[in-house]
Design a protein around this ligand. Structure first.
Ligand code: PLP
Length: 370
């Protein structure tokens, strides 16, 4: 079995499992004043400080959430009453489109990038304070936005800037201070931490309102008893991911993806690598297999023991054409033949070589499979 769907969820890192197992055995609630509570509080404080240090934020700026979906919902819905308008990138994760009205799309170019002139045009009639949400790296294409100039543009006009950095974390440098954003969403399971934990990083000046009312945990912004074990797993996974990133381990993944993309383009002149000319994550390739629907491709890869994904899979497991690709200007027929291959910390070269062989076999059988 070959797993090449890290952008959906990465395998749990042993260091995270080990650290969580120890914490799961502890008793108590980190908010309690007695010794049991204090002990857990110390563990949480440590995890919070480790995460903050890794992304150049302060511990007070880290609000633990149940993951990226909640982080994005909290950022957008927690500000909607305080802002005049909400502007969001056209290729964001579904969880960013959590408002039904008053949302304006910021178009992307054919490479999936938001251009300064386009953003400027969108903001022409915006009255401050308004909110802009643009992701740092796209989950389907891996395209990385050059955020700092866009952030400056927005803040100069009196806007608040949120970024979804869920897919960027651990793969490229994610520096809260250098990006200059006001809010940033993170999730642990994309970097080899546990699912159901993440964080919204929030500057103290942001007038965010909570979505959940209750015990007032997390500076009153996210009530509910925190899972200390999950927070610890998140921190350990991030420490390891960052250490490996700094050692340069992604260079090999990037090299494998480049090699793979070249082989797939050699195999068919009609192969398209989406966002090919834009800066991209070192682990992500989104590519067409000309004339073969992604449903057929996924089944064929699954039969061959390879787990990959189409651009977007909904919770029912059904495959739908990717709005990300259609927003980039590709026709539906092309978007319906796209496949996402995403590697990670446990991938080995041979898995990429085998994937390419199977891709060629499926591609050769062509329409007889459809
Ligand atoms: N944002 C992006 C870019 C994602 O890729 C995902 C997960 O697919 C999410 C948000 C949601 O994160 P979570 O699964 O932690 O809710």
């Amino acid at each position: 079995m070959i797993y090449l769907d890290y952008n959906a969820s990465a395998p749990l890192r042993p260091c995270a499992l080990e650290a969580m197992t120890a914490v799961f055995q502890k008793t108590g609630n980190p908010a309690s004043g007695h010794a049991f509570g204090r002990c857990l509080r110390q563990v949480v404080d440590q995890a919070r400080a480790q995460i903050a240090e890794a992304i150049q934020a302060t511990p007070q700026q880290i609000i633990f959430t149940s993951g990226g979906t909640e982080g994005n919902n909290l950022a957008i819905n927690g500000l909607k009453a305080r802002v005049s308008q909400v502007f969001v990138g056209a290729t964001e994760h579904d969880s960013v489109y959590s408002l039904e009205e008053n949302m304006h799309l910021i178009p992307v170019n054919t490479q999936g990038l938001i251009e300064a002139a386009t953003l400027d045009k969108c903001l022409e009639k915006a009255s401050p304070p308004f909110l802009v949400s643009i992701m740092l790296a796209n989950n389907e294409t891996g395209v990385i936005q050059d955020l700092p100039p866009l952030v400056q543009q927005v803040q100069a006009r009196g806007g608040i800037f949120h970024t979804d950095a869920v897919q960027a974390l651990g793969k490229i440098a994610v520096d809260f201070k250098a990006l200059g954003v006001d809010l940033m969403t993170l999730s642990a399971h994309k970097i080899g931490g546990p699912a159901s934990i993440g964080a919204l990083v929030v500057k103290e000046s942001v007038p965010l309102s909570p979505l959940l009312k209750g015990g007032g945990q997390e500076r009153g912004l996210r009530s509910g008893t925190l899972s200390v074990a999950l927070a610890t797993g998140f921190a350990q996974a991030l420490l390891e991911a960052e250490a490996q990133r700094k050692e340069g381990t992604w260079h090999q993944n990037q090299h494998w993806h480049q090699w793979m993309e070249n082989r797939l383009k050699d195999a068919s002149p009609h192969t398209i690598v989406f966002g090919e000319k834009a800066p991209r994550l070192p682990n992500t390739t989104c590519v067409t297999m000309p004339d073969i629907s992604h449903e057929t491709q996924l089944m064929a890869f699954d039969l061959a023991g390879i787990g990959v994904s189409a651009g977007a899979a909904c919770s029912s497991g059904k495959v739908k054409a990717s709005p990300v690709l259609t927003q980039m200007g590709f026709p539906l027929e092309i978007a319906q033949t796209a496949l996402r291959i995403s590697s990670g910390w446990h991938t080995v070269e041979d898995e990429i070589t085998q994937f390419v062989e199977v891709w060629k076999r499926i591609s050769m059988k062509g329409k007889s499979l459809s």
